[in-house]
Design a binder for this molecule. Structure first.
Ligand code: FE2
Length: 927
């Protein structure tokens, strides 16, 4: 949370509706639940209805699980028969059956209070005083607000308190009035608490011999006109040439509004919240914008004083390949995979911070990279379970440069200015811990172990186990607006299984495709039921959509991204494994990649996370079996495309860029990038999956690192698992540059470049134009190669490095004394890129009354036709097989240098006869 302005006015006790007591110590009306251990296993209260946690205000207490519905605090038990603990009488004795040595370790409490004297919005904060033995965690309306003597992160009934409680001191928590609203009444607070015993008393997993347990609490409120403030964002969604969406969260319910304009000082157009009922979360869609235009915006309160605005609150509408393609525009893309480290709520991890700092350092050295167009998330964006609070603490807070909770972080306003286009990962589906909606405390990955042979229909784990992977009720789908149907709506407003975590969009000349590699769609996992190419008939909604989407893609570039990597050996995963959910990696490679390769959808780049490392391939195709079958000469085998090069674009051997041809009928290959270390980093094996050494995948042989390998492992040097980082892409017209940017230093420790449609076989004819090239002995040549750096020009009389100007695309080289006819070869400094050029005179009149002097070698098989309104003077050599026609109004002076060849040089003929000739004749005028 952030940016509070708390103005205490009056401290008072909260008053309640009649029949309820003030929440002093010793309050009444508490519900209580516990479950007697069964075989040493304890479970939390069952979700009721399915998918609704016992902490939720919407929870409906199932019969038989909640007892003694009007309990009075303190609640617990003690050794003495008088039930005195710490000198305090226990009002409600917890029953634990007949076996005092087999008590449950965890008890659950609930009560809903209603604030009547003053509405909740009039409070700036609440103060909770807690007495607990041993540990307790408190939630208000489902939001965790206090945690005493328990570990952070996910806990379950078997979680023991951190230390043995020895006193009944008051532990005080000041709770900002920012926790979730009660869904039925903004003035209601559903208070839930779980009380845990310590390890010292644990036996048999979850039963306890503990002699005492104690819980009591008091709640007071601080009145104050709480200043509305933004606690999340604003962040940008659904970028479109004529529209965008602005989202943010406030600390108090209100109706939001966005005002915007093309000048930071004049935000004259305002649009109100889609939701007209005051709420904490705000979604404002801006429409009717001008493509490729920078707008400034503010996030506001429709009636109040909240206004967040600055010169840094701005976005630029995109161009698209369909309607507004701009070959001059460089599209800049930042990519983060597995961005959030496993962190306690409210804290921030060094690596996530350092990866951000590393990119910031890169941006400082490369200012153009501050002008980001898109920010792609590769999934597992908030650890451990992708809960809303984890998204706050593990994603939005760390990346928000205006977050006062982390004043040391400035990140060039990435979140304020760059639309986020996210993919969902397994952790976003509650992969790391207890799943809301299930009685088991096992994570979804454990529950949904599917047979490794289930490569067709893979929801064999059962609908209960796959709950969130089917209904998509996990917070990811509420936090992000995912595009559909030209961005006219968003999938996440759909309900139930109709929510979709896959989508595509165009940005300038790039087609982006995001897939959901963990959710089920009509019971199909990502590749389930995929037909053998060329069939397109599949009952898998995601795949039938994908096949149709790629078949209709006409953009020059295609970038696909999803969470689970088809090729990886490191960062905690090995794509040959079939243990647990690891087979998803294998299944994607053997099914999805095989299909994409066969269909030749001209995909350029595939970006994945999941593995907490960095690896990437060369131009790869046709490798779908296990790693051991990879053979470079087979799978990196397109010589014309430099498939076996590392793409780093240097003059060293095997370091040319990849060269692809948009009209190629054959599959030219894909560069696969695993970049899942923007927050996470994993050098060790995953014990439960036994993946073996993290040594880098043989097929991911494009990058090399000198990092020391894991202990006892001989590194193949193809993986970066020592340092985290993020990924950065620039695309300009027919050139794509991609870089891995390391944490902290911002060093570029891997890079590659892909070109489209360069090194043409055809010769470019460069006309020397009358009037434009008044002195044809010294002209400017636009190489047209669309690559940078120096170029060299070689030909019959000119060679070596020429002068260079800077242009957006190719570079302009000044060619001194261009010769007519000869074939010149222009190449870049690396020698990787070449283009052939021939000069000739445009066969029209040179309108120079004073004449023109031509100093050229005539050796072209093309007929050179030179006319002049004045005099033509030619001072060069006519080689065999040349044909030159000179015409002039005043005179024709032919002074061939060096002396003419001996054969028929001055023979004047018509158009037939000798194979070398020139024609010199007077003309009366030029047209
Ligand atoms: Fe993952």
């Amino acid at each position: 949370m952030k940016k509070y302005a708390i103005i205490p006015i009056l401290l008072l006790m909260i008053k309640y509706t009649s029949g309820q007591l003030p929440l002093n110590f010793g309050s009444t009306n508490w519900d209580y639940s516990y479950k007697q251990p069964v075989g040493g296993i304890c479970t939390p209260p069952s979700d009721s209805p399915s998918g609704t946690s016992w902490t939720s205000p919407n929870y409906v207490k199932p019969a038989g699980e909640w007892t003694f519905a009007t309990q009075t605090l303190p609640i617990g038990y003690a050794t003495s028969s008088s039930n005195i603990y710490g000198g305090l009488a226990i009002a409600s004795i917890l029953p634990y059956g007949s076996d005092a040595a087999n008590k449950p370790t965890t008890a659950y409490l609930r009560q809903t209070i209603t604030l009547t004297t003053n509405p909740r919005s009039s409070y700036s904060s609440f103060t909770l005083k807690l007495k607990a033995d041993d540990g307790a965690r408190i939630y208000f309306n489902g939001t965790q607000v206090a945690n005493h003597n328990l570990p952070s992160g996910s806990i379950n009934p078997n979680t023991s308190a951190s230390v043995v409680g020895t006193d009944i001191s008051d532990y005080t928590f000041v709770i900002p009035n920012t926790f979730a609203l009660h869904p039925s009444d903004p003035n209601k607070i559903t208070i839930t608490a779980e009380v845990h015993q310590s390890t010292a008393s644990l036996i048999d997993n979850c039963t306890t011999l503990s002699s005492d347990m104690f819980f009591d609490m008091e709640l007071t409120g601080t009145l104050g006109s709480m200043t509305p403030a933004i606690t999340r964002g604003p962040y940008l969604q659904l970028p479109h040439p004529t529209g965008i969406q602005v989202r943010w969260r406030t600390n108090t319910p209100l109706v939001g509004r966005v005002c915007f304009g093309t000048s930071s000082g004049s935000l004259t157009t305002c649009v109100n919240d889609l939701n007209t009922v005051p709420s904490n979360d705000h979604i404002v869609s801006l429409t009717g914008l001008i493509p490729y235009t920078t707008y400034f915006y503010s996030a506001q309160h429709t009636t109040g004083t909240l206004v967040e605005s600055s010169v840094n609150h701005k976005f630029r509408t995109p161009v698209t390949g369909t309607d507004f393609y701009d070959a001059n525009k460089t599209t800049r893309i930042w990519v983060t995979g597995d961005a959030s480290e496993e962190i306690p709520p409210g804290s921030k991890t060094p690596r996530q911070d350092e990866v951000l700092n590393g990119f910031k350092t890169y941006q400082a050295a490369n200012p153009g990279s501050k002008d980001l167009d898109l920010w792609l998330l590769l999934g597992d964006n908030a650890y451990v379970n992708g809960t809303d609070s984890e998204y706050s603490t593990g994603f939005f807070d760390p990346y928000d440069d205006m977050n006062t909770a982390f004043p040391g972080v400035t990140n060039n306003h990435i979140m304020k200015q760059t639309p986020i286009m996210p993919c969902v990962g397994n952790h976003d589906y509650y992969a790391g811990g207890p799943i809301p909606g299930l009685s088991s405390s096992s994570p979804i990955e454990t529950l949904n172990q599917l047979p490794s042979s289930s490569f067709t229909v893979v929801n064999s784990g059962g609908s209960a186990n796959s709950n969130f992977r089917i209904n998509k009720n996990n917070p990811f789908f509420d936090i992000f607006s995912l595009p559909s149907n030209g961005f006219a709506s968003k999938y996440s407003t759909s309900t139930g299984a109709s929510k979709k975590g896959y989508y595509s969009y165009n940005h300038n000349n790039i087609h982006f495709v995001c897939l959901d590699s963990y959710g089920f769609y009509d019971d199909y996992l990502i590749y389930g039921g995929l037909p053998t190419y060329p069939s397109t008939a599949t009952a898998n909604p995601q795949m039938s959509w994908l096949i149709n989407d790629l078949a209709n893609n006409t953009q020059k570039w295609t970038i696909m991204y999803w969470h689970h990597a088809p090729y990886t050996r490191g960062g905690g995963h090995f794509s040959d494994q079939t243990v647990g959910d690891e087979f998803i990696l294998k299944g994607i490679r053997e099914k999805l990649i095989e299909y994409l390769d066969a269909a030749n959808y001209k995909i350029d780049l595939v970006l994945n996370g999941h593995s907490h490392s960095y690896e990437r391939s060369r131009l790869l195709k046709g490798h779908h079996s296990d790693e051991s079958t990879f053979t470079g000469s087979v799978h990196n085998n397109n010589a014309a495309a430099n498939a076996n090069h590392n793409g780093k674009f240097t003059s060293a051997a095997l370091e040319c860029p990849y060269i692809k041809n948009t009209s190629s009928a054959t599959n030219e290959g894909i560069v696969y990038v695993v970049t899942g270390s923007a927050g996470q980093l994993q050098k060790t094996n995953t014990p439960t999956t036994g993946i073996g050494p993290n040594i880098g995948h043989l097929a991911l042989n494009g990058a090399t690192f000198s990092s020391s390998p894991a202990p006892g492992i001989t590194s193949r040097g193809t993986i970066q698992e020592e340092k985290g980082g993020s990924f950065y892409i620039e695309v300009t017209d027919n050139r794509l540059d991609a870089k891995f940017i390391e944490e902290t230093t911002g060093a570029v420790t891997d890079k590659f470049t892909i070109f489209k449609d360069v090194n043409p076989a055809a010769v470019t004819v460069r006309n020397i134009m009358p009037g434009l090239d008044s002195d044809p002995s010294n002209i400017l040549l636009n190489a047209g190669l669309h690559f940078g750096d120096f170029v060299s020009l070689s030909g019959p009389t000119i060679s070596g490095t020429q002068g260079f100007g800077s242009g957006l695309f190719g570079y302009i080289t000044n060619v001194v004394t261009p010769q007519i006819g000869p074939l010149y070869t222009i190449s870049d400094a690396t020698g990787c890129l070449t283009e052939k050029v021939r000069f000739h005179f445009t066969p029209d009149c040179w309108p120079l009354s004073t004449g023109v002097t031509i100093n050229n070698l005539f050796d072209s098989p093309v007929i050179e036709h030179i006319r002049s309104a004045g005099t033509v003077t030619a001072k060069n050599t006519v080689m065999p097989n040349t044909k030159v026609i000179f015409e002039a109004v005043k005179s024709i002076n032919l002074e061939f240098q060096p002396p003419a060849p001996s054969v028929n040089l001055f023979e004047v003929k018509n158009k037939t006869g000798a194979n070398q000739y020139f024609i010199a004749r007077p003309i009366s005028s030029c047209p």
